[in-house]
Design a protein around this ligand. Sequence first.
Ligand SMILES: N[C@@H](CCC(=O)N[C@@H](CS)C(=O)NCC(=O)O)C(=O)O
Length: 215
Amino acid sequence: MSISRPVHTEFQRSALVLHDRSAAEAEVRHRGSCADFFDHVKKRSHHRFVLSPIDFQKREHKSPEFLKINPAGKLPALVDGDSRIFEGAAICLYLGDKFPQAKLAPQIGAPERGRYLSLMVYSTSQLEPAMGDALLKAQHLPQRGWTNFETAKDVIEGELGDGPHLFGDWFTAADVMIGSMFIWKRIWGGPPDRPKLEAYVDRLLQRPTAMKMSG
Ligand SMILES: N[C@@H](CCC(=O)N[C@@H](CS)C(=O)NCC(=O)O)C(=O)O
């Protein structure tokens, strides 16, 4: 798949709302990176979801109504009945557990569970800020609590092993969270410096439900 130019602005201006009308008042506002995950949940759980746009330019994500869902005023956020969840990793963890039939997460007690939780948290606590530092050419300060991008890439290459996914043949929510970071790197024009990670991104983008990157 070739990428002619970044399309991140499309997602920034028009994030999505997801309604699960079959199971409660589930409402998800998410960024493109989660679309793959929701598509899988939808297909494998047989729940009905409706996606609607959120307008960033109108700052709907900063409206009092939205801030009741996510006080940080950021996407994604999820409302499911009396539950509200924000942060992409938390939402993927929540949905992966709520819909075990989707088989996107090792269940509690499974031997893979600990590594799965670690990768989910690593995606936004280490990889995302490390990548942000690198792409923005910001100084990396270890005192902030996250690693540098080269180390993060080493870690993920090691966890990927022979692939094709982080858990071998099993595509999980960890691939959504970790994989989407490297997809974003490509969108932002980060240099293709790690063939193994580039091949991983290529594989993820070939998935029919992958976030679309057309220019
Ligand atoms: N770590 C957060 C990142 C959330 C985030 O930065 N979302 C962006 C869109 S990708 C956003 O809402 N930006 C609008 C803003 O901060 O005003 C997560 O995974 O939920």
